[in-house]
Design a protein around this ligand. Structure first.
Ligand code: DGL
Length: 279
């Protein structure tokens, strides 16, 4: 591992594989190291402090493995931990390394999809409560109205393979009705959670005609490609062998079983004991 300098991709579990899948499609030449903190997921309902400490521990592990660049593919971690890690921890830990999230690249572009000037953000309780999307979007599109809706049942539905069931119909319909009640003329819906693309079919069934549905994978991949082009000092340090390694803090077998659905191809992961690996 030490001669490699893979791009680190982090998520609370296997959901971030929906983001990695698009990154690999766009930038297949790089080496990638994925870590899913499945033993402590979901992060969606956890406090700021907890999400921050968990995420920081994982970021330290990535740095120990030689990663110069780490992408927090998890919305909740991006919302609750990224800023503190960038501002408080990175300067002491590894000032030349970079940690990026998924919220800013989405915020930079979302306004270009809307004609009504009103967009809807569907996310976990934690992401919604953090207010990160409205805050970040306002920096790029100050006039854009952002309506949020927490969908706390959507992650468990997907994790239990219920995305095509009647239960999924009930919750998808309910949350979409809620968000359109709050903002009738919303014309863009952002899926601001790693798991929600797996509910895309169901969401499309209940989405009013003409409303655009955005997933983050492609947006994040495009933004990463642009970032690497603008930062040769980081790009030069990223090794290019097309290799991918996967780690999980829980059972590797369980991770691999779920991973195929999220990543779209077979994954073979290894178990990682973070308490042993990171002091
Ligand atoms: N990865 C999380 C996110 O994108 C969803 C799963 C969780 O709550 O941990 O917000």
């Amino acid at each position: 591992m030490s001669t490699r300098n893979p791009i680190g991709v982090f998520d609370s579990g296997y959901g971030g594989l929906t983001v990695l899948k698009e990154i690999v499609r766009k930038l297949p030449q790089y080496d990638y190291l994925y870590l899913g903190d499945s033993a402590r997921s979901p992060y969606g309902n956890r406090s700021f402090d907890t999400v921050y400490h968990y995420t920081l521990q994982c970021v330290k592990w990535f740095f120990d493995q030689g990663c110069s660049l780490v992408i927090l593919a998890c919305n909740t971690a991006s919302a609750k931990a990224l800023r503190t890690i960038q501002q408080n921890d990175l300067p002491g830990l590894a000032p030349g390394n970079r940690v990026l999230g998924v919220i800013r690249p989405t915020a930079e572009i979302i306004g270009t999809f809307s004609e009504t000037g009103k967009v809807g953000v569907l996310a976990t309780n934690g992401t919604v409560a953090s207010g990160s999307y409205p805050l970040e979007i306002a920096k790029f599109f100050p006039e854009l109205q952002v309506v949020q809706e927490a969908c706390p049942m959507w992650v468990p539905l997907v994790e239990n393979n219920e995305q095509h069931s009647k239960g999924a119909d009930y919750f998808v319909k309910k949350n979409l009705e809620n968000i359109f009640e709050k903002g009738e003329d919303i014309d863009v819906i952002l899926l601001a959670c790693t798991h929600y693309p797996l509910l895309r079919e169901k969401i499309e069934e209940y989405l009013p005609v003409g409303v655009k549905l955005l997933s983050q994978g492609e947006i994040v991949a495009g933004s990463l490609a642009d970032y690497l082009q603008r930062h040769p000092e980081i790009e030069n340090r990223c090794s290019k062998g097309g290799r991918r390694s996967f780690y999980t803090t829980d059972s590797a077998e369980d991770f691999d079983n779920h991973a195929t659905v999220f990543f779209g191809e077979k994954v073979r992961s290894e178990h990682l004991d973070l308490d042993v690996a990171v002091k």
